[in-house]
Design a binder for this molecule. Structure first.
Ligand code: BES
Ligand code: MN
Ligand code: ZN
Length: 496
């Protein structure tokens, strides 16, 4: 899908479809009023007759509206004006793009971007419109033998701004929204692919292909390289699998030589059976999504490259399956991590932290400005925060604030969770420096506590996306989160 920014009156747009909003009850927005004036009361008439009351999510497509240059007019219900917030704005854009995609219109001029949203400026509205539009037309059908037939999908959206002096900000916001939306689609594609296709080898190949297309450096560390680096913990998770592990490194050098990079780390378990501590069968298919952290950081690197951010950014992805093969790690086994600290593996299903800890130690060599890891780490985080907020942990309150702010801005929210030392006791082991599990209470916190022991040398944050990376049920599928949060965070950093 292509986007452009424009300023001008709705009755003068030569477009396949002019999209304007109507508030409940029966109140035309300013651009709708202009169309109404040009058509001598045509819209007001329709609204008066009760065909468009302005209820949120409702749409009405009109042909041959008199007095205007566009082929069609799409009225979109916005709900009550006093309740019109971020969520309602996004829903309105979604409804509009869905309708456009289902009609014969190839392009549309969207005036919803001119409707005020509390606390949000034109840049926010344009960025969100682009992201939401891309999300709305996203399909994953690469594994279906017959593709879903869409007659004439919408190809081009013009996002309208009211004043000419808003054009520059809107253009920049459009590029950011586009890059974010496309990165989310990549993250979703990788997440939605089944475990037999999206293996560590496949993930590495896709990361390399993306890097070549985008102009990033890509290095893949093989098992032997990881052995030489003494990544004993990461490799212990790979022991039960036939698939070779890969450690993926992506580098964007947009900043000055010598500028400390932001390092992103993504959990890349391409399938999590639990290992010898085998998971129950029900819903286990969803553990193909256990590489969504990896997908989100790989995809964010694509956005970073597309936007040419003047920043050095590195992505690290330890990728492996967690399988119960004959050589698999057993409960009670003790491994030595790359940091030298030893871990008693009491539950092989707590494998995410075992691969992330070595990646965090590997990050030290970059002398990072900060490190942010992203992982579908704990079921306990889903219990704590559900599917709305990502769990955020950090050893730096200012980094935490920065990430929370980026999440609010991107409408991809995270919630700051505690990382107090009091929780560390739960990781005590009788035989090694620590255990890899901390018992039932506060399972998401103790997982973060485990990681914190490998993040002492830099500012670090951990995003537990177990509840937000994918949806279950009828709409089962990857969400592309937290690509918007990460992209916004990095943009904020590059703005100074
Ligand atoms: N990948 C899972 C976490 C998960 C589970 C995410 C369900 C989303 C939905 C992780 O590797 C895991 O199995 N964690 C265990 C940890 C436990 C053994 C301490 C969990 O959460 O049950
Ligand atoms: Mn697990
Ligand atoms: Zn896992």
């Amino acid at each position: 899908m292509e986007f452009s920014i424009k300023s001008g009156s709705p009755e003068k747009q030569r477009s396949a479809c002019i999209v304007v909003g109507v508030f409940e009850p029966r109140k035309l927005t300013a651009p709708a009023e202009l169309l109404d004036a040009a058509s001598k009361g045509y819209l007001a008439d329709i609204v008066r007759r009760g065909d468009m009351e302005g209820k949120a999510g409702r749409t009405l497509l009109l042909h041959n509206v008199p007095g205007i240059l566009g082929d069609r007019v799409l009225l979109v219900g916005l709900g009550r004006e006093k309740d019109f917030r971020e969520r309602e704005y996004r829903e309105a854009v979604r409804a509009a793009v869905k309708t456009l995609d289902e009609t014969g219109a190839f392009d549309g001029s969207i005036y919803l971007t001119e409707v005020p949203v509390r606390r949000r400026d034109i840049a926010w509205r344009v960025r969100q419109a682009a992201i939401t539009a891309i999300e709305t037309v996203y399909r994953f059908d690469s594994m279906k033998s017959k593709k879903e037939e869409v007659r004439r999908p919408v190809r081009k959206l013009t996002l309208m701004v009211e004043r000419r002096n808003e054009l520059a900000a809107a253009e920049a916001a459009m590029r950011e929204g586009e890059a974010t939306g496309q990165a989310m689609s990549l993250a979703k594609d990788l997440g939605n692919l089944p475990g037999n296709v999206c293996t560590p080898t496949y993930l590495a190949a896709r990361a390399r292909a993306m890097a070549e297309a985008a102009g990033l450096t890509c290095t893949i560390l093989e098992r032997a390289d990881c052995e030489a680096l003494k990544m004993g913990s990461f490799l212990s998770v790979a022991n039960g699998s036939r698939q070779p592990p890969k450690f993926i490194v992506l580098e964007h050098r947009g900043g000055k030589e010598g500028d400390k990079p932001v390092v992103l780390v993504g959990k890349g378990i391409t399938f999590d059976t639990g290992g010898i501590s085998l998971k129950p069968g029900e819903g286990m298919d969803e553990m193909k999504f256990d590489m969504c952290g990896a997908a989100s950081v790989i995809a964010t690197m694509q956005a970073v490259a597309a936007l040419k951010l003047p920043l050095n950014v590195v992505a690290l992805v330890p990728a492996t399956e967690n399988m119960p093969g004959g050589a698999a790690t057993k409960p009670g086994d003790i491994v030595t991590t790359m940091s030298g600290q030893t871990v008693e593996i009491l539950n092989t299903d707590a494998e995410g932290r075992l691969i992330l800890c070595d990646a965090l130690t590997y990050a030290e060599r970059y002398h990072p400005a900060c490190v942010v890891d992203v992982a579908t780490l704990t079921g306990a985080c889903v219990i704590a925060l559900g599917h709305v907020a990502t769990g955020l942990y950090s050893n730096s309150d200012s980094l935490a604030r920065e990430l929370i702010g980026a999440g609010d801005d991107a409408h991809d929210r995270a919630w700051h969770m505690p990382l107090w030392d009091d929780y560390q006791e739960q990781l005590k082991s009788n035989f090694a420096d620590m255990a890899n599990i901390g018992g039932r209470p506060a399972g998401s916190v103790t997982a973060a506590c485990f990681l914190s022991r490998f993040a002492k040398k830099f500012d670090w944050a951990h995003l537990d996306i177990a509840g937000t990376a994918w949806k279950s049920g009828a709409a089962k599928g990857a969400t592309g989160r937290p690509v918007p949060l990460l992209t916004r965070f990095l943009l904020g950093r590059s703005a100074g």
